[in-house]
Structure formats: structure tokens, C-alpha cells
Design a protein around this ligand. Structure first.
Ligand code: THG
Length: 270
């Protein structure tokens, strides 16, 4: 699987202060820890920091890039901000692989963000929701995912650069959503050939719950078994990463050896 680090997010208090104070050390220490834990991509989100979102975003992406050459995913729920920020991040980091996180499957969103991904040579995450919000049914999630996939392919984005996100909500908000996400991943994997990547914001499942780590770890295993290929998650949570590696071993995606987690680390060079 591809591990997207969730940690460089202004939702975390220490990162929020680091953005405000332009404290590179705090950000770069997290980046190094996430990469050492197995992160392949660093998701960058300014969170609720007030004032100068574009300047904050460019500073944060540049700060991350000074600590690693991994892909950066530019994460905002505001399409207008992405339209402004992505060209500036691309200009500041011309050699870094970028992923736009994210566009919904609503027409006005896709019409702007898919061409942006094409022009700026970025990957893109498509959320399985439209202007009506997060779907209550599997069918609507699959329909949104299929629409996004069709539009992105038509615009010339390579399938390797497209990720679909079936959208995970907290277990204490809507419990039926979680089995629906699994079924949407299964169905979208078979209707698309070759299939795109499938990604979730894993920690969403346990927001404001007790036993966050146990919930995250268990749901990640379930999603991987259903065909998930990537997750935005905490790569510094060794038990979480090891559960993912073990799931992939049991799905015959790695060769068995007695110390299979170590073998995975060596292969990754971490
Ligand atoms: N899909 C896509 N992108 C996303 C999400 C998604 N980006 C944002 C989010 N969801 C994924 N990232 C996070 C990052 C942090 C947390 C959850 C998801 C989180 N953080 C602690 C909390 O709120 O309890 C932070 C508190 C703290 O310790 O300070 O839960 O679904 N495409």
C-alpha cells in the first residue's frame, strides 16, 4: 500500500503553532519520523490557521520538501484555495511529485480541479460525493466514483495518477457508512480496468472516539482486504503500519519470511 502521512496538518496543535511561527524544526522532525515509519507521500494541510492561506501553504510544502524528496499531497477542502495554491507550490517545487487532495464529483469542482491536475502534472484524489454531500448508499458512492474516474480519464490523467476516496466518517456519526465504504471499494475495483488507487482518511473513523488506535488499525485491515491501495494515516504508529504490512503478507502481496516486517523495512530502505 501507499502510506500518505496525515501528520503535517494544522489540525494538530504543534503543527498549527509551527505554521504561525514559521518553525521549520517542528515540521521537519515530524516529516523525518513519518518517512522512517514508512510514509511514501506527505499530505500537507494548513488546517484552521487564520490569515494568508496561500503563503502558509507554500511555506509548509517547501519546509516539507527540504526534509524529504517524497511526493507531497496538497490537502484542502476549499477548491478555490487549491486553484490558487497548486500553481504556486508547483513553481516553488518544480521537481516534486504532487497530488491534489481533493475534488468532489460535483461538476463545478471537477471542471476546475481536473484540468489543474493535468496542467500542473499532478495526481488527483476524487471524493465519492457530489453537491448533495456524503452519500448514504453504496450505489451513490459508486456512481460518484465512476463519474470522477470518467472525467479524469477523459481529461488525459493517467490512471496511476487517479485516486478515489469513498469517504470515511466517524463510527460514532454513522455506523452503516463504514461497511458501505468497504462495498464501494469492492465495486469500484471491478468496474474500472485498470483500476485507479483507492484511498481513505483513516483517522476519520475514530475522531472523538476512545480507542482511536484500535479502531484505526482494525478498519485499515478491513479496507485493505476490500482492495484499498492507500491511506492518509499516522506512519509513526508502528502497530498500525505493521498491521498493514501483515495484511498485505496474508493477501500474498509480499513473500513470506520469518521476519516479514523487517524484510518490508529493508526493501523500503527505512
Ligand atoms: N480524505 C481525504 N483527505 C483528508 C481526509 C479524508 N484529509 C484530512 C483528513 N481526512 C485526513 N487527515 C487527518 C488528520 C488528522 C486527524 C484525522 C484525519 C485527526 N487528528 C486528531 C484529532 O482530530 O483528534 C488531532 C488532534 C490532536 O492530536 O491535536 O483525527 O478523509 N482525501
Amino acid at each position: 500500500m501507499q502510506i500518505f502521512s496525515e501528520r503535517i496538518n494544522g489540525m494538530y496543535r504543534d503543527v498549527r503553532s509551527a505554521i504561525k511561527e514559521r518553525n521549520k524544526e517542528v515540521v521537519q522532525a515530524h516529516v523525518k519520523e513519518q518517512v522512517a515509519g514508512g510514509a511514501d507521500v506527505i499530505d500537507v494541510n494548513i488546517g484552521p490557521v487564520k490569515g494568508d492561506p496561500v503563503g502558509n501553504f507554500v511555506w509548509l510544502a517547501q519546509t516539507v520538501q527540504e526534509a524529504t524528496d517524497k511526493t507531497i499531497s496538497v490537502d484542502s477542502a476549499k477548491p478555490k484555495l487549491l486553484l490558487e495554491v497548486v500553481p504556486k507550490v508547483r513553481e516553488a517545487l518544480p521537481d516534486t511529485k504532487l497530488v491534489i487532495n481533493s475534488s468532489t464529483a460535483a461538476a463545478d469542482n471537477m471542471e476546475k480541479l481536473i484540468p489543474l491536475a493535468f496542467e500542473q502534472n499532478c495526481g488527483i484524489i476524487g471524493l465519492c460525493m457530489d453537491q448533495e454531500g456524503v452519500p448514504g448508499s453504496v450505489e451513490k458512492r459508486v456512481e460518484c466514483g465512476a463519474t470522477f474516474m470518467m472525467m479524469a480519464m477523459e481529461a488525459g490523467i493517467a490512471v496511476e495518477n487517479i485516486y478515489l476516496d469513498p469517504i470515511v466518517l466517524p463510527v460514532n456519526v454513522g455506523a452503516q457508512q463504514l461497511p458501505n465504504v468497504l462495498e464501494a471499494i469492492r465495486q469500484l475495483s471491478v468496474v474500472n480496468d485498470p483500476p485507479p488507487g483507492f484511498i481513505i482518511g483513516l483517522s476519520n473513523v475514530s475522531t472523538k472516539c476512545l480507542k482511536n488506535n484500535l479502531l484505526n488499525r482494525t478498519y485499515l485491515v478491513m479496507c485493505l482486504a476490500a482492495g484499498l491501495t492507500a491511506a492518509i494515516m499516522d506512519a509513526a504508529d508502528a502497530e498500525l503500519v505493521e498491521a498493514a504490512v501483515t495484511t498485505e503478507l496474508l493477501m500474498n502481496k509480499h513473500l513470506y519470511s520469518d521476519d516479514f516486517v523487517k524484510a518490508w523495512r529493508i526493501q523500503k530502505g527505512i
